[in-house]
Design a protein around this ligand. Sequence first.
Ligand code: GCO
Length: 432
Amino acid sequence: MSFPKDFLWGAASAAAQIEGAWDEDGKCPSIWDVAGDHIENGQTCHTACDHYHRYKEDVALMKELGLKSYRFSISWGRIIPEKGRINPKGIEFYRNLISELRAAGIEPLVTLYHWDLPLWVHEEGGWPDPKIIDYYLEYVRAAVDAFSDQVQYWMTFNEPSVFIMLSYAVGTFAPFQKDIEACMEALRNMLLAHGKAVRLIRETARTKPVIGLAMAATTYIPDSEDEEGLKDAAEKSFLSQVGEGSNSLYMDLIALGKASPILSQKLSEEDLKIISEPMDFVGVNVYQPSNPLLNKEGYDTEKLPKTMLDWVIDGRCLYWTIRQYWERYHLPVMVTENGMANPDEVGADGCVHDEIRRTFLHDFLQGVSRAVDEGIPVLGYQHWSIMDIFEWCSGYGPRFGLIHIDYETQKRTIKDSARYYAEIIRTNGEAL
Ligand code: GCO
């Protein structure tokens, strides 16, 4: 087990899921702040973990766990709360957070877009309207100007396949639209915004940037590890109906400049060049394999443990994602999300005994270890999530955190799994 010395052991979050302070210090509402009845049990993200006010305490906990990195997102609407106006208070918050992280020896990994579209941009047409490309670039420019002296790692988007599909075609994520045409326009605009942002960051960052994005990776675990099995699995991961939607439709374009048939009509040669602006790494968000969807008979989910969201737990899928991404795209891989939801409670002894997450961490990190041992460049592992979060339309029920949040009192409790993870970090993987 030989993790590189500079391996980025970390954890992740997103602004709308933890910050709260939804209308404070000049921030404008996002599409998630006004999601209303779509959220379970009448909950909102307005206060969430109150991280906006408690970021110092939260960074101190990260330091206690020994994290080397922390992936978080910037709320666009804190930075640009209305067309053409930068909000100094929003900039100040993230500068403070970043300084706090740096002082704790924690590398900040910044996601520029994790789904909390400012309401004003939505009202101007949102992702389906091409005006958004300039609005997004204006925001990225402001963020890079303000933070690139202290930030090196940038991700343009979190899980584009998820927010484009669910927000504009399926209608289960804010802004809850069901319009295939609009969804295709949103997809095109997002891809162009990504490519242009990569170039903008590269050209304007004050510290040499390391640029990528975080993909919702769907992985098919090979039925057998012989040549045939490996080929079949890679195909299912990228080209099956499931794999195309989240993997190749985006990544083949972004990393290889290849448009799939549904997009080739919509994109010019010039567009393809813009979209495939070279990146430095690809982030993968990995939760469960796609085997149950693609091989119902051959993959027995009955025998496997499941999370409270009924997601199958099979640690092998992380190794296969890393390997399949590396073999197809030849970009260094960062695990940008991996974790599980569990109904964790603080016990009478004041602790959270989340044995299942400890096992989860062990099994999935074994996969990362195997990938590293085989020489695949893996930059780091960001556990999802640093603390319990607002899980979009599911509200606060599913607890993903390494740190438990009591939403009544905002008390933080480090879970047992986090102590185990801290030991893995301290020994650079030896404790696995
Ligand atoms: C995603 C998002 C996260 C979620 C997590 C659990 O991957 O959907 O990046 O915001 O909270 O994945 O569903």
